[in-house]
Design a protein around this ligand. Structure first.
Ligand code: IPE
Ligand code: IPE
Ligand code: MG
Length: 245
């Protein structure tokens, strides 16, 4: 879409967030166990990271495991953790070579210590990279994140470090896991589900939402391009009128 006044193409998104959904249905349609879908989902993660770099996206956030996904059968949770362990072991060096900075958000206390070590290693190794920041949301829940930020604010007030009058949007945002990361411009959810499922509740206040029926294991660069094209057709007003921006 072209901006009427300048006839420049609309800006591409700086930050794209994806709810990677539909692995189980992808497997079921093929008579395979759900884990086969999760494995194929890892390939789609690799493809998306490469595509994001090629498309000049600065931040890519991937919802990998929600705080509610702990409710799944023990075997599926352990398969998912196994895949994550495998991914971190095999992929971090590749990400680093490609100039990707890795960041993981969510409740680490629920993860096994060896996974936490792999995450810490990956974050430290890639901290100086600038090509693309990949944010993995893991054991992540939006309400939990906001609640934790509120608790930290309360602690800071109780200890006299800040006054109640200092509690504003910036103070809360600075205590979220996403501190320093711009809000997503575009959120994509695959598999046809039309909900947020507790993902980035604070950060998506003005995010453009794009839903696609494609199941996550089938997601390709052209799906990402289609979502970006849809984003560029949207008129983002942020509550103002089109002309007053
Ligand atoms: C997304 O696929 C992956 C995770 C939530 C870990 P699902 O496992 O939710 O797949 P469906 O929704 O059952 O098809
Ligand atoms: C959301 O998908 C979480 C991830 C993609 C990691 P779910 O499949 O868990 O969401 P619901 O249960 O359908 O809302
Ligand atoms: Mg699902």
């Amino acid at each position: 879409m072209h901006d009427a006044q300048s006839s420049r193409p609309a800006d591409p998104p700086v930050h794209v967030a994806i709810i990677m959904d539909g692995n189980g249905r992808w497997a079921k349609a093929r008579g395979l166990p759900r884990t086969a879908g999760h494995k194929k989902g890892v390939d789609a993660v690799r493809r998306s990271i490469t595509a994001a770099r090629e498309l000049g996206i600065a931040y890519l956030t991937l919802f990998s495991f929600s705080s509610e996904n702990w409710r799944r059968p023990e075997q599926e949770v352990s398969d998912l953790m196994g895949l994550l362990r495998f991914y971190l072991r095999s992929e971090v060096a590749e990400l680093h070579k490609a100039g990707v900075r890795l960041r993981v958000i969510g409740d680490r206390a629920r993860l096994s210590p060896d996974i936490v070590s792999l995450i810490e290693h990956g974050e430290t190794l890639t901290a100086g990279n600038t090509a693309l920041t990949v944010v993995i949301a893991l054991s992540y829940g939006g309400r939990q994140e906001i609640t934790l930020a509120a608790r930290r604010l309360a602690e800071d007030v109780a200890a006299g470090r800040i006054s109640p009058a200092d509690v504003d949007e910036g103070a809360l945002a600075a205590r979220l896991h996403t501190d320093g990361i711009p809000d997503p411009d575009l959120l994509i959810r695959t598999s046809g589900e039309l909900r947020l499922s507790n993902f980035l509740l604070w950060q998506t206040a003005y995010t453009e939402l794009v839903f696609t029926d494609t199941l996550w294991p089938d997601f390709t660069k052209s799906d990402l391009e289609a979502a970006i094209a849809e984003f560029q057709r949207r008129d983002r007003r942020f509550g103002a009128t089109a002309s007053s921006r």
